[in-house]
Design a binder for this molecule. Sequence first.
Ligand code: AMP
Ligand code: ZN
Length: 681
Amino acid sequence: MTSQLLDASEQIATGARSACHRLLYLYRKHKWYVENPSVVACYNELVQLEFGEVRARFKLRASSAIFTALEQCQECIEITSEDNIIQYVNPTFEGMMGYQREELIGKELTQMPKSDKNKADLPDTINSYIKKGKEWQGMYYGRKRNGDSIRQNVRIMPVIGQGGKIRHYVSIKTPCNENKADTAGFSDRLQVESQTEICTSKYKGRRKSSDVRSNTSRGSDGSNQARRSSIARIHSMTIEAPITKVINIINVAQENSSDGVAEALDRVLEILRTTELYSPQLGNKDEDPHTSDLVDGLMSDGLRKLSGNEYVFTKNAQLSLSHLPVSTSLNDIPPRITELMENEQAWDFDIFELEAATHKRPLVYLGLKTLSRFGVCEYLNCSESTFRSWLQVIEANYHSSNSYHNSTHAADVLHATAYFLNKERIKQSLDRTDEVAALIAAIIHDVDHPGRTNSFLCNAGSELALLYNDTTVLESHHAALAFQLTTRNDKCNIFKNMERNEYRILRQAIIDMVFATEMTKHFEHVNKFVNSINKPLAGLEENGIGGGRSNEDSFSFILSSTDNRTLIKRMLIKCADVSNPCRPLQFCIEWAGRISEEYFAQTDEEKQKGLPVVMPVFDRKTCSIPKSQISFIDYFITDMFDAWDAFADLPNLVQHLGTNFKYWKYLDEQNLSSLRPPPEQ
Ligand code: AMP
Ligand code: ZN
């Protein structure tokens, strides 16, 4: 506006000079100026015009823009006259205080109901500053129309008008939550000079915006400039992050809610500000050492101190095609294996029998059969022999010496994955790419697993932990190695005929699923699934909340979004990965024995090498396997399979889970710590 004014006065002055020479009457909007031959007199007349009428007109012209800004402003603005009569409040103010503008304008501030929560001398203190033309900023309790007190950050600025006198006071207010720790002694910190940093952390995002402005209007030294731009950056960053949007929405809701609701929302905000949003907090860890050990062992990622001991990662030779035994084809599978695999689509399929019949190579056989059933070769446009070679390479890179994390576990996860993919709801939700990604992810998801947990690798300072910075170590390795093994040799590169973009999409989906098997994110994946899939679907089933759509359309609307499909795929592989407690009892017992043995071996090694013992309850001399299984099922499995069953309809799995849980309970009640009761005499 200033530059416009300058331009205008410049034009007027230029015109005036020639006007003077020609002794014209100057007519300006109903005013007559007497002809005067003196250039100086005429010039003075024009200067008066510029600083009087012209400037006033420009200001008036700008006023509707300024009012628009005030009306839209998110901060509460109140303008009073020099004698404290309310002249203007903006809609945010009306919303916060519960008044209509008409009820306030013309009222004297002293007539307005006051909150008794303010320190008795605070109004005097405020007056002592602002009446002297100084700005006041601090915390103040206002009284809403409904009588509630509201704590506000307030900034009151005297506005100097005509004759250099205070003509108005402008108050800018933002609500401020009760938080003793945050704001203790706040009201005592009266700030008189123009302040920048008086705001509780809760309102940083919003208050910073006014800070940026107040800084801008002040001095322009270099440090101020730099600070300003960094604050502006923080401001735009906090505005854009989705969590900031959520927090801002809650803040606004707090402004208009009763104290009780505002307090509840305060607690919500506290929770939202923590980073571990999805992990339940274990109460007293000492209560159940099995649970706490499993949680520490499976859900912590190198959080324990490194011991300084170097764990030499047993380097797998990364077996390649040339080292592998003679190829298998679907045509030359021994009849015994073919016969065994006839039952491959049933949940009670016996993977251990296949393991024995294939001499610990169940993955190649089951893989070939399953991938051909799902038409994966056709989808990837590659031959069965490429698939065979690929499966052989992948299987060879599983450690058959691991009691649990070997290729039989991978085959078992593949089996569960294929079983889930056949369920109606899942077929409705996922497309072909999702299906292929799920099957490949299941096959590779634990490749080259060393039989030790992430925590162990981090504690030991293993090569892998160093490579992946103690973060998602094993899962990163499984995914990275699988793609290396696949793409380094055309003979086993099942992706070689894919179009680049399709490959990128498929690769991304596979990596995401392998990463989802990391137990540190267990509750995040399960809770997101429940909130985004189970709950909306349940709502739909109960109330038909389709918003104009048919129920069928609403179902597919929820299921088909890319984000939700990702959640479904993550849940699918997670459930497949730890489905062993939902298998028929004899299989469940076998898996429990295998995982316990792997944990025992880890504890043995930790002790032998002087490393921290990650899961002390898994000591082969003292461990109660039934207790450990009860804890594992209670803590990780039951809720997850309830949610998965609600979605995919898997009553047989839930039934097995119940039976198996009772079995472990029974053993525990008999004070037995073994896998099975002793044989009857
Ligand atoms: P993954 O390493 O991908 O197989 O992730 C699954 C995790 O769950 C592993 O860390 C296993 O050790 C753990 N797990 C699976 N089954 C059981 C079980 N029955 N008891 C205890 N832990 C298990
Ligand atoms: Zn696994």
